[in-house]
Design a protein around this ligand. Structure first.
Ligand SMILES: [Cu+2]
Length: 371
């Protein structure tokens, strides 16, 4: 249903469209229940009022059949809310595979979004408190019509919540943990984003817009021609490419060399990171863990939490002080991209919507890892 009633935003996503009928069904059933009870109350009050003042009231005993009827009937009706709700909830939380991933960081008091090719936008916030670079990216979260996207969130500081009324979706954004949802926009237009979790003085600045645009316009925006949506800048490198730069700056390659253990160096100090993503990693103590985004992030900021079997816990434990959540995300993107023999990303201008490292500015001399 899309009648735009006052106070009820239009529904503009697949989950929103699924949710609308359920919402109106619950409104109808509960309103119907209220009216029925009210009407019966009125009728009974009139019909069974005390009419004469003599004699005693008749004694009426309960009926089990009646009790069961008016207990089980409403129960069954209300359980339909549950069944229908579970179906939609499941749809909302199960992120489809193989859809592009946008990464959003909540930060007092703005949202920083990054697209797979490195395009960035900043939503909300006070321009006076932003770096000049960030100010150039103030805009809206641009999404393509009819194409589902995955959105992964993390917070730099306190708990925030990314709420999109038109999509009928909101998700808590928590420090130290990646959480994901997905949006499938079904309508063109501009829709509100709110921070739905009180997060300090300028909580009210953590608001902005989502622009749903035709896919062709979305591609243009990714390439940096997004004038109407903010972010006029050309893309300055994919997350994986930036991650590789941080990798070198932080000297990770002093220990993590290509093909560690396969004879590249006599005594490698650390396991190779190539092909790590998605693998099952044996841990000291006999347990194991699948190397997902969360594990990669934790391995960098808290290396003692899970120590890889067969290696000494010598990795420095203070990287969290040296990188922002954004830079951490780039590092994770770089490690995810690493396949055997890929330690040094290609230095070309190939389009990289799959997130492969690339750069758009020529760079002199690569201080590549493991040379
Ligand atoms: Cu907030």
């Amino acid at each position: 249903m899309n009648a735009s009633l006052p106070g009820i935003p239009v529904s503009a996503s697949e989950v929103g469209d699924l949710f609308e009928p359920l919402f109106w069904y619950i409104v109808a059933v509960t309103a119907g229940g209220t009216l029925l009870v009210g009407a019966l109350l009125t009728v009974f009050c009139v019909q069974y009022r005390r009419q004469n003042t003599t004699g005693s009231t008749p004694r009426i005993l309960g009926s089990h059949r009646l009790e069961l009827f008016w207990t089980i009937t409403p129960l069954m009706i209300f359980l339909t809310f549950y069944a229908w709700g579970v179906y939609i909830y499941d749809r909302a939380v199960q992120v489809p595979n193989d859809i592009p991933e946008i990464f959003v960081i909540g930060k007092q008091w703005m949202w920083k979004a990054q697209y797979p090719n490195g395009q960035r936008v900043i939503i909300g916030g006070n321009p006076a408190n932003m770096s000049e670079e960030d100010q150039k990216h103030i805009g809206a979260l641009v999404l393509p019509l009819g194409k589902p996207v995955k959105v992964t969130f993390i917070s730099e500081d306190v708990i925030h919540d990314f709420g999109v009324p038109a999509f009928r979706q909101k998700i808590d954004v928590i420090p130290g943990r990646y959480v994901s949802t997905w949006y499938h926009p079904t309508k063109l237009g501009e829709f509100h984003v709110f921070c739905d979790q009180y997060c300090g003085t300028w909580h009210s600045l953590m608001v902005g817009k989502i622009h749903v645009v035709p896919p062709a316009e979305f591609e243009q925006f990714l390439e940096g021609k997004g004038g109407a949506h903010g972010s006029e800048n050309p893309v300055d490198g994919s997350p994986a490419f930036k991650g590789w730069q941080h990798f070198q700056r932080l000297q990770c390659q002093k220990c993590h060399v290509p093909n560690a253990g396969a004879g590249t160096r006599e005594h490698p100090q650390a396991p190779t990171l190539e092909g790590l993503f998605g693998r099952t990693v044996p841990l000291k103590g006999g347990t194991s863990v699948v190397a997902d985004d969360q594990y990669l992030r934790e391995s960098v900021v808290n290396p003692r939490a899970k120590v890889v079997e067969g290696w000494e816990p010598i990795m420095p434990g203070n990287y969290r002080d040296q990188v922002t959540e954004e830079e951490l995300r780039d590092l994770v993107a770089y490690i995810k991209w690493l396949k055997p023999g890929q330690m040094i990303p290609p230095n070309d201008k190939a389009p990289s919507l799959n997130g492969a490292p690339r750069e758009t500015k020529p760079e002199s001399g690569s201080a590549g890892g493991g040379k």
